[in-house]
Design a protein around this ligand. Structure first.
Ligand SMILES: NCCC[C@H](NC(=O)CCC(=O)O)C(=O)O
Length: 446
């Protein structure tokens, strides 16, 4: 028995320490903007403006909070001791790379926060959440604990929501969350096909794998999540990402493909075995025909797809088709801009394109799709969540005022050891959990 359901988007609010530290080998933008001066205030306001525009269009829009950074508990676990001020001074002098890693505002990219399976797909008919261990990058591997707390503070009712801990934090179970997970369905409330895309098989050294950049997601991790979430074979497809795409800078599948409803929008170099992926999805999708919108290299070369983040767009239902919410960079690259015009004119499922400016995040390799976690919720489930995080006009105003009050408009690597910054962050976050009605989720609050 299916129920009416909607897709809610939970965007990561950009944290006050947003900076460019070049932490992500394999992510071209992160490496090429290393040590530029960031503007955390602008970054947060750009994110909020995106959320507001989508909320104004009637989409259910939620907010996930930033994390405490620099993360002193991690530094203490690594042997730094003394007062917070002593530790910051010492780590800034002795291990600036470590300071940068524990200062990243990377939790903003909530497509990596967790994998979420809607209740229509799971064996116990609850919505299942598994925070991603993000074990491929140290600065991201410290996210999952607080992410889990935030998700539990929002999706509280255990009769509707099931929360799993992150998978073991080792490369064999490297998991990057929803960025490597797309759900196709005839309607959000109907059982869907969950497409898990992995970069590498950990326990088979002979299997194809990228040679230059790391594969961050393993098949074994994807399979473990499918088991934990109680997904059955008829809801499930595992597909290997094309290793050549990873080596060209496609560090997550959501840099080269996005799905919504019955539509999969992807580049021809996205998958290792494109025909099998499409056949597997087609044979499992019920109640609708798969619409495969395939972009060829002749139309958009792979490097233009990576530079523009064409596929890191949000694909959203509209009353008369689907909207592709693209980053501004897509209109700056001629092949991509031309392609977008032809896409809308083609009479296919994607009927409109809108541009969103998220440049501050883009310079670290995060487009519109990286900034949101999709959670399909039935009407009853939506009623059961902690409503304090749903973006209304009032919440938008409050958060904008909060950002204006607490965020700096310039941050360089040298600023990360400033003890004032830590104080500003904690003050801001303490106020934020009050605004969002989350209770205590940060280590400094516990
Ligand atoms: N889904 C988009 C994730 C982008 C993220 N970038 C970063 O962490 C870069 C941070 C820095 O370099 O300062 C990553 O690669 O995981």
């Amino acid at each position: 028995m299916s129920q009416h359901a909607v897709e809610a988007n939970f965007d990561g609010l950009v944290g006050p320490t947003h900076n460019y530290a070049g932490l992500s080998w394999g992510n071209v933008a992160s490496k090429s903007n290393v040590r530029s001066v960031s503007n955390p205030k602008e970054a947060a306001l750009q994110g909020l403006a995106k959320m507001k525009r989508l909320a104004d269009r009637g989409y259910v829009q939620g907010v996930l909070p930033p994390h405490e950074r620099p993360h002193l508990p991690t530094l203490r676990a690594l042997g730094f001791a003394g007062s917070d001020g002593d530790i910051l001074k010492k780590v800034a002098a002795e291990a600036p790379a470590l300071l940068a890693a524990v200062s990243s505002a990377s939790p903003m990219w909530t497509a990596n926060a967790a994998t979420v399976s809607p209740s229509a797909d799971t064996a116990d008919h609850r919505v299942h959440f598994t925070p991603a261990n993000l074990s491929a990058k140290f600065h991201r591997s410290i996210e999952h604990e607080v992410t889990g707390r935030a998700l539990k503070a929002i999706f509280t009712d255990e009769s509707y929501f099931a929360h799993h801990p992150a998978l073991p934090s080792v490369s064999h179970f490297g998991d990057e969350g929803a960025a490597n997970h797309t759900r196709l369905c005839s309607g959000y409330g109907e059982p869907g096909v969950e497409l898990f895309v992995y970069g590498q098989i950990a326990f088979n050294e002979d299997a194809p794998a990228p040679v230059k950049y790391p594969a961050r997601q393993t098949l074994e991790a994807s399979q473990a999540i499918a088991r934990l979430h109680g997904l059955r074979d008829r809801n499930l497809v595992f597909a290997q990402q094309n290793p050549a795409a990873i080596d060209a800078g496609v560090f997550h599948n959501d840099v080269i493909a996005v799905g919504n409803g019955n539509t999969l929008f992807y580049h021809e170099l996205a998958f290792l075995d494109e025909d099998r992926v499409l056949a597997d999805v087609r044979s499992r999708l019920s109640g609708a025909e798969l619409e495969a919108v395939r972009v060829s290299s002749a139309e958009v070369p792979l490097e233009d797809a990576v530079a523009s983040y064409l596929f890191n767009s949000q694909l959203l239902n509209t009353p008369d088709g689907m909207l592709l919410a693209v980053p501004g960079e897509c209109r700056e690259i001629p092949s991509v801009s031309r392609y977008l015009d032809s896409l809308v004119a083609s009479g296919g499922p994607i009927t409109s394109v809108e541009v969103f400016d998220v440049k501050q995040s883009m310079r670290n390799g995060g487009g519109p799709a990286c900034l949101r976690l999709r959670v399909v919720l039935t009407d009853d489930e939506l009623k059961a969540i902690n409503r304090g995080v749903i973006l209304t006009d009032q919440l938008y105003e409050r958060l904008t005022t909060w950002v204006e009050a607490h965020y700096r408009d310039e941050l360089s690597q040298e600023d990360l050891g400033d003890p004032m910054l830590l104080e500003e962050v904690r003050k801001a976050l303490d106020e934020l959990t009050g605004i969002l009605g989350l209770g205590s989720i940060y280590d400094f609050q516990l």
